[in-house]
Ligand binder design. Structure first.
Ligand SMILES: Nc1ncnc2c1ncn2[C@@H]1O[C@H](COP(=O)(O)OP(=O)(O)O)[C@@H](O)[C@H]1O
Ligand SMILES: [Mg+2]
Length: 409
């Protein structure tokens, strides 16, 4: 059976050339052709027939033209408040079984503040935080500096730079007179910057100085060896945590962006156990299927603070953290992907749908709305997309399109 299984590898690809008018981190969440090919190759090695398909608005048509047995979903999505959930929602509508997490978990996890509220309810430690809708929202006086400022619904460290950490002694460097409140002004400048660039609420969180850890979970509850990311050798770069620069240029020796990976992490057995338990609780709180990765900062006094749950973790065989952890558990890359396919097949409905698909002739004729004077008819102007530029670009990017240098710090 598995020899004949047709698998659509649904992804959003990273263009080879960066578009000048888009921010340097615009496509950071997308997968490179190299990653897509590696996944396709590993799936083919397990005997599946693989069709890589781009997750754009032509996806429903492509799936209609190429009926598949299953979708291997790695699409991060572009638009909307729950972009990662779009493809799973479509696949559910089309009744195509798919790998990985479902609509609700992907929507919840993408919203960091909402996930953190759930962590709190579940007793999962998470840094104290405040969500800003405007840069001049009153600051919660209970928050302790240093604080980190980040977009509430991005990933791959988009919008997170070394300058995102605002310390108590931070001063405004643009010539404004320094005052006892200058750290608060510095914070608001940073919030304003993120609000303008990412067109979404801004999460301000207490910065946890400590050890960077990430925990992989293979569904439903197998904990992989914890991965520790050590930035101590990156000091000359000016980057000191998993910032966008650190992720984007990871391994670049000239830039000193060479974090060290320890898997298993250098933790005692009891701390490893505590970290694993917290990670599992956090992942189950937002929910996930097949695989999930939980990002944690372990404070100097030993509290594992959960930053976020990633129910759609990256799967590049060399650069992504999840495959590093599964490899450390003795699971080869091919075996990992095969296991994900098998888990998806196991939950697929055994019998074909009882709901027949409609034919076009089944649709009633449209009701015509009376046209209001002065307004163009709905749909008169195609809002479409320039090739390779998602429609969100127009909405998501407001004043200023930062160049790579601007995003660096
Ligand atoms: N509260 C925090 N304390 C310390 N470091 C943080 C904090 N929030 C984020 N970071 C750093 O920024 C990185 C990215 O933040 P994260 O919330 O995981 O966003 P993303 O979804 O972009 O990965 C983390 O891996 C960590 O290095
Ligand atoms: Mg993260």
């Amino acid at each position: 059976m598995s020899r004949l299984l047709k698998v659509a590898l649904i992804h959003n690809s990273k263009p080879s050339a960066k578009a000048q008018h888009l921010p340097a981190d615009y496509y950071s969440e997308c997968d490179s052709p190299k990653t897509v090919q590696a996944i396709a190759k590993a799936l083919a090695a397990s005997g599946y027939t693989v069709f890589p398909i781009e997750a754009n608005r032509h996806l429903p048509q492509r799936l209609k033209e190429n009926p598949v047995d299953l979708a291997f979903n790695i699409a991060e999505g572009f638009q909307g408040e729950a972009r990662e959930a779009r493809v799973p929602a479509l696949l559910e509508l089309l009744e195509i079984p798919y790998t990985g997490s479902g609509v609700l978990s992907l929507s919840l996890a993408l919203d960091k503040a909402r996930s953190k509220q759930l962590f709190r309810c579940a007793g999962v430690p998470t840094p104290n935080f405040q969500l800003f809708h405007r840069a001049d929202d009153p600051l919660d006086k209970k928050l302790h500096f240093p604080l980190i400022v980040k977009p509430n619904r991005e990933g791959s460290a988009k919008g997170i730079w070394a300058s995102s950490v605002v310390r108590h002694d931070s001063e405004i460097t643009n010539g404004a007179a320094s005052s006892s409140r200058s750290h608060e002004t510095a914070l608001r400048i940073q919030i304003q910057r993120v609000l303008e660039l990412y067109d979404q609420e801004v999460l301000v969180e207490e910065f946890i100085d400590g050890t960077e850890l990430t925990v992989g979970i293979l569904g439903p509850d197998r904990l992989l060896p914890v991965l520790e990311i050590d930035f101590s050798e990156c000091a000359p770069s000016g980057e000191f945590f998993y910032s966008w620069r650190m992720k984007e240029y990871q391994g670049n020796k000239e830039m000193h962006l060479t974090p060290r990976f320890w898997c298993p992490a250098r933790l005692s057995e009891s701390v490893t156990h505590a970290v694993g338990a917290v990670a599992l609780k956090a992942a189950k709180t937002v929910g996930f299927r097949d695989i999930s990765r939980v990002d944690i900062r372990l404070s100097s006094d030993g509290i594992p603070f959960v930053l976020e749950v990633n129910p759609l973790p990256g799967l590049d065989p060399k650069e992504s953290n999840f495959p590093i952890m599964s490899q450390a558990a003795g699971i080869s890359y091919e075996a990992l992907l095969k296991q994900m396919v098998q888990m998806a097949l196991e939950r697929a409905p055994k019998s074909p749908s009882s709901i027949p698909l409609s034919k076009e002739s089944d649709f009633p004729s449209p009701l015509k709305a009376p046209q209001r004077r002065g307004l163009p008819a709905a749909g008169a102007k195609d809002l479409g997309e320039a090739p390779g530029v998602p429609a969100v670009a127009r909405r998501g990017i407001r004043r200023g399109n930062p160049k790579e240098e601007d995003l660096g710090r």
